[in-house]
Design a protein around this ligand. Sequence first.
Ligand SMILES: Nc1ncnc2c1ncn2[C@@H]1O[C@H](COP(=O)(O)OP(=O)(O)OP(=O)(O)O)[C@@H](O)[C@H]1O
Ligand SMILES: [Mg+2]
Length: 358
Amino acid sequence: MTAPAADLAVETRGLTRRFGKVVAVDHLDLQVRRGELYGFLAPNGAGKSTTLRMLCGILEPSEGDGWVLGIDLRHEPERVKAAIGYMSQRFSLYDDLTVDENLAFYARVYEVPRADRDGRMLQMMRLADLVGRERQLAGQLSGGYRQRLALSCALVHRPRLIFLDEPTAGVDPVSRRTFWALIRRLADEGTTIVVTTHYMDEAELCDTLGFIYQGRLIAQGPPARIKGETFAREVCELEADEPARAAELLGEWDTVEEVVRVGGRLRIILAPGAPTPDGLAEMLRARGIGVRWIRAVEPSVEDLFVSFVDKERKARVREQLRALAATQPVGGPGAGGERGGSIPPQSNESAVAPPQRK
Ligand SMILES: Nc1ncnc2c1ncn2[C@@H]1O[C@H](COP(=O)(O)OP(=O)(O)OP(=O)(O)O)[C@@H](O)[C@H]1O
Ligand SMILES: [Mg+2]
């Protein structure tokens, strides 16, 4: 078998994980370049967390191969665990320990040399803007600060690669923005970041996007290239006098791939070769429907994602994405078949006993 490419931080070939009859990850061929911010975008249950757990060395693949920072995932999972940082879907903080104590715990688990620990912890506090909160209990921090503390804990041993599993789920928009500014900076400074998200605005900030559906990678590339080449559709919005009837009519036309109602507007994805927005408005007017305005708009990542899944599932997936954007996605299913070892506790996949409070 050929060796993994040196410029790749992650490479998988046919990586697969089954749970009984469920194929959670289905022959995934993944390539993440060193230093890039790679985003996995997918609906619930698509296999994101399972993929990340395999890449972190805590879950054994059923089939296929993978290398993480050049380390063979199947043969040296322990080395993978030590080399990477991982922030699980449910942050793995100890609520009854202080900010300081949580960081110190992770510094010890990740074997940061004793002489470096204080300096490294201070650096992490500064990075996450936690200075002044050292003595606060993690359980009493707000969602945004908890999330930044969890990131600091995953970074305390200065990994060159970090995996973040829905790090902003349930965090308010301002904290989300602050958090993304932080991880964008880390990526720009050379850390490779693999992050999963349901949020379209976050996906747009990634260097490369991977769309996963039912355990398979269905599209991959920089957001702009996916928009321009892979998707290659015009999107427009309009406001009509009778939106319900307009939507029904539009949905019947071959030139229209999809119609979605967004508030009082209709959002339309046009099939290749469709008329211009003005032409579309004329067609509607000819059927007696008044069009107040119509204009071409930028496709969103949501449009892209929905276009990749087969037609009958479109509405359901869009509904799901909406619901996710509006509410807090809940934690993933219970972990099963995990490897043992000394990776720090990740929600229910803990392998390390919690430290005792002094
Ligand atoms: N330990 C497990 N035992 C059995 N089935 C599992 C286990 N872990 C995951 N699965 C199944 O594998 C599939 C993928 O789950 P996974 O948690 O990887 O999805 P996800 O994309 O992370 O979803 P979410 O957005 O909800 O976090 C699902 O069908 C899930 O039920
Ligand atoms: Mg998940």
